[in-house]
Design a protein. Structure first.
Length: 108
């Protein structure tokens, strides 16, 4: 089971969903359920994980997106195998069972 690491942007999104003016307990529950599934099995059928080819600012990485929900305004988890700096990433495969969550939010 991979260890999840979060970029500052992903961590900020989780914090905003937990508390503050934009707290959303329903969305937070969905995000946490999807993150639990991602940590257990990135290929879980409910996540519908696939490679994402156009994530701004991350062109040098093999980025994947996984569903949190479907429909209008649906949210996704954008992630990559390996550490946040991408130094140990090799062809999008599992490196030391570390998965870095790059972004959490609406479909781009």
């Amino acid at each position: 089971m991979p260890t999840l690491h979060y970029t500052p942007a992903a961590a900020r999104t989780l914090t905003c969903l937990e508390r503050g003016r934009r707290a959303d307990s329903v969305k937070l529950r969905r995000v946490r359920r999807a993150l639990d599934r991602l940590a257990a099995d990135p290929r879980h059928p409910g996540l519908r994980t696939h490679r994402y080819r156009a994530l701004p600012g991350h062109a040098h990485r093999r980025v994947f997106d996984s569903y949190i929900e479907t429909g209008a305004g649906a949210w996704r988890i954008y992630w990559t195998w390996g550490p946040a700096d991408g130094a140990d990433q090799a062809h999008g495969r599992e490196i030391g069972a570390v998965l870095t969550v790059l972004l959490i939010g609406p479909h781009l």
